[in-house]
Design a protein around this ligand. Sequence first.
Ligand code: AGP
Length: 611
Amino acid sequence: MCGIVGYVGKQKKAQEVLLEGLTNLEYRGYDSAGIAYVTNGKLVITKTEGKINNLKKIVIPCEANLGIGHTRWATNGKPNTINSHPHKQGKITIVHNGIIDNYAEIKEQLQKDGVTFKSETDTEVIAALLNQIYTKTQDINKSIVEFQKKVKGAYALGIIVDDDYNTLYAIRNESPLIVALGNDENYIASDVPAIIKYTNKYIELNNGDFAKITDSQIICYNALGKEIKKDIQEFPIESYDIDKHGYEHIMLKEIHEQPTVIKNTIGDYIDNNIDNLIAKMPDFSKYNKIIIVACGSAMHAGLVGKNMIEEFADIPVDVEIASEFRYKKVFIDNKTLVIGVSQSGETADTLKAIVKAKEKGADTLGIISKKGSSIARCVDFVLYTNSGIEVAVATTKAYSAQIALLSLIALNIANHKHNIDNKELEKILKSIKELPIQIERLLSNEACENYKNIAETLYTHNDIFFIGRGVDYALCMEGSLKLKEISYIHSEAYPAGELKHGTISLIEPGTPVVGVITDFEIADKTLSNIEETKSRGSENYLIITEELDNQYSKINKNYNTYNKVVIPNTHKLLQPLLAVVPLQMIAYETARFKGEEIDKPRNLAKSVTVE
Ligand code: AGP
């Protein structure tokens, strides 16, 4: 996904607003960046490959009151200067977030009409299309209406037209875009961090809407070009704190926010008794099947949720990779609940999966972090996590908040189905209260020293295995992805019992194997699988609960040779919330030893709004 920012006004220097905005949007993609701005009646475009800092070095400071900026996560065309945005064709200059499905046929027709292109991008194609239409109509509003009839796909566009350097145009279809209001100045942005330091007042554009923006006026239109009235909304400024607050990386800060995030997320739904939970959530017990659709870490959260819901609520749960779900035969009816899990609420694969589920007659629920996001607006019900903005590309606190909410859904259903008695409920409520302190303990200096020591033995390796059973395997998948994402070390999560059916052939002397053992019922089996790798020379690391650590320390001679992270015991429904913290920290410290760009890993973007 890319970052878009635009400014029109006389209070600030457009170049500074654009560069500052792009810096705060860089987590959305950082393959290349560029700005277009008007100075002394001329439009200037400056763009370059690489991160915003490269762009800052080549921008020539000058007075400018209008401009648009873009930071790119490459979809069509390599991440180089030619393909970077803004793109100009004729009188139209555009920055674009999204992907145009029918750009090839549009490009072919334009080329037949004599249009030539410099870049490989779909963005330059739609700039040329809009320019062609505008050349005929000489009316930008009419041109935008015509333009949207011809273009298929997801797009958020910032546009400058050469005939009017006092006006910005913004168009939104599926990709997020907001219009923010200042005093005698206005902004556009693909996400709040770009402009939150200037204003928290904004107008939300719906799909097909476009806006005509000057320093003193914002007029919104629907896809038919009819003027529409929009409410002015406000973002809660405090939840957009993107400062590192002394942490070396934003990701580390966000890991350390987890005690508060878990307390707030759970606290939004349950306090000292179950009544609040029942009141704040629909009764999901009427469904006889649940399908969770998500991507990446959100999908891994879904796997944890599957274990909890099946265990406590007695409802079968399928977890589907959203991009697979979209194109497969699905078995859905009106007794099926489809849950979309998404931090950004803008992931295209998950959004399209939800749309398909609705078409097939399922009720849909979103577990979302971003209020008002596309998925949140598409589902029948939405349960928000209270995780605040998450800027580091590798998710941590949002993932934890997702599994917390899925555990509460399991508890909600279990309560409706009378699967848990009051004694059990009291134990759960007590465990919930202890969670923040227990997570703090896992982030103590002593605990972090242990993570560093483990990371120091891991960071030189090229292949690392994570193995576990049941919910521990789901946790292994998240631990493996975290490590891959930020340290670029290949790793693989494997069901512990399955390893011996082939993949154990990859284990050789020194191969690191991380075992996650929290599930008491199957701990012995998992430990014996770990010992199978040890007998082949692996270097073993355990993430294990206190209770099991005490038990094995006494009876298993091999056990005490393992590197260990011992985590507090809590109720089974909540145990993953503790086990994931060492996995996050080990990945973080490993990447830190490697000196990698942890907050903005190569090739990644915070949310993938293209398929
Ligand atoms: C997780 O660290 C990744 N950044 C990625 O897998 C992410 O979880 C996935 O793209 C889903 O994003 P979403 O939660 O915003 O839908």
